[in-house]
Design a protein around this ligand. Structure first.
Ligand SMILES: [Zn+2]
Length: 158
């Protein structure tokens, strides 16, 4: 890493800190030539392959705007969406691949969105899982009901 002050081709790491979400590392560096100090932030690259074949960097903003449409009229705040986008990023990074397609992002959204708002989840799922009949909605709703029952009857500690 070049020193941004004197362009010396080397620098020394004097401190490394992992961000709270564990997705990036911030390093304090010092130039052995001029003594200048600077920081670098390191994140693993994560790219999204769009349906058109275009590759672009993963963006939490895009996840949020995609989900926001499904949340229209629902009690979901931007802060909720930000938390959801972070969960989605963590989930896709955990797969260990540096390139994912938009469909995988859609699938990673389903779980956290379902916890957030069931109606928004159904709207989103109907698009991403390409529901093409009322039966698709019915089976999805039945699944939600069954899980809700299970939660209601779950005994804490078991
Ligand atoms: Zn320097």
């Amino acid at each position: 890493m070049h020193c941004p002050f004197c362009r010396h081709p080397d620098s020394r790491v004097i401190d490394s800190r992992t961000s709270d979400d564990g997705l990036s590392i911030r390093r304090r560096r010092q130039c052995p030539e001029c003594g200048g100090r600077f920081s670098t932030i390191e994140t693993a690259s994560l790219n999204v392959i769009k349906r058109s074949g275009v590759i672009e960097p993963f963006s939490r903003e895009k996840v949020m705007s995609g989900v926001r449409k499904a949340c229209q009229g629902r009690p979901v705040t931007d802060a909720d969406l930000a938390v959801l986008a972070q969960k989605v990023e963590e989930a896709v990074r955990q797969t260990g691949s540096s390139q994912i397609d938009t469909n995988e992002i859609g699938l990673a959204i389903l779980g956290p969105l379902r916890e957030l708002d069931e109606v928004a989840f159904l709207r989103f799922a109907s698009v991403y899982q390409a529901f093409d009949s009322l039966e698709d909605f019915e089976s999805s709703i039945e699944q939600l009901r069954a899980d809700r029952e299970r939660r209601l009857h779950a005994v804490p500690g078991e």
